[in-house]
Design a protein around this ligand. Structure first.
Ligand code: FES
Length: 124
């Protein structure tokens, strides 16, 4: 059993790590890989993301998430640019991925036609 002091230290370390991650200077792409995401073609979306990033030599963090409760909008992908809102895109095709990467990740413009939600994650 850890002492209270050890637990406090651990908590502050975890908090610092979380802050560092959320203030990451690198763009982040998060792909919904829940059951319905995969059924709707999320694997193809993940492949398209990796292909575009490789082709363009981009420094982007790619992560996966599980169910986010928007089955009918799958496949889903979120873009989180440093210091900006997290934007969710839905009903995606691999061709959409290319547009999102060029417009949003490279040029910094949200693709309004494909965006379905925005979350302020304290990055403003
Ligand atoms: S698995 Fe997609 S919303 Fe639940």
């Amino acid at each position: 059993m850890k002492s209270l002091e050890e637990l406090r230290e651990l908590r502050s370390k975890v908090q610092k790590d979380l802050e560092m991650r959320s203030n990451s200077e690198r763009p982040k792409i998060i792909i919904g890989m829940g059951t319905c995401g995969i059924a709707a073609g999320a694997r193809k979306i993940l492949k398209a993301v990796m292909k575009e990033i490789d082709k363009r030599g981009l420094d982007v963090i790619v992560t996966q998430t599980g169910c986010i409760g928007m089955c009918e909008k799958e496949p889903l992908l979120d873009v989180k640019m440093p210091g900006k809102d997290r934007v969710t895109y839905g009903n995606l095709t691999p061709a959409d991925v290319k547009m999102i990467i060029v417009e949003h990740v490279i040029n910094g413009n949200v693709v309004e036609d494909l965006a379905i939600a925005r979350f302020d994650e304290g990055g403003n």
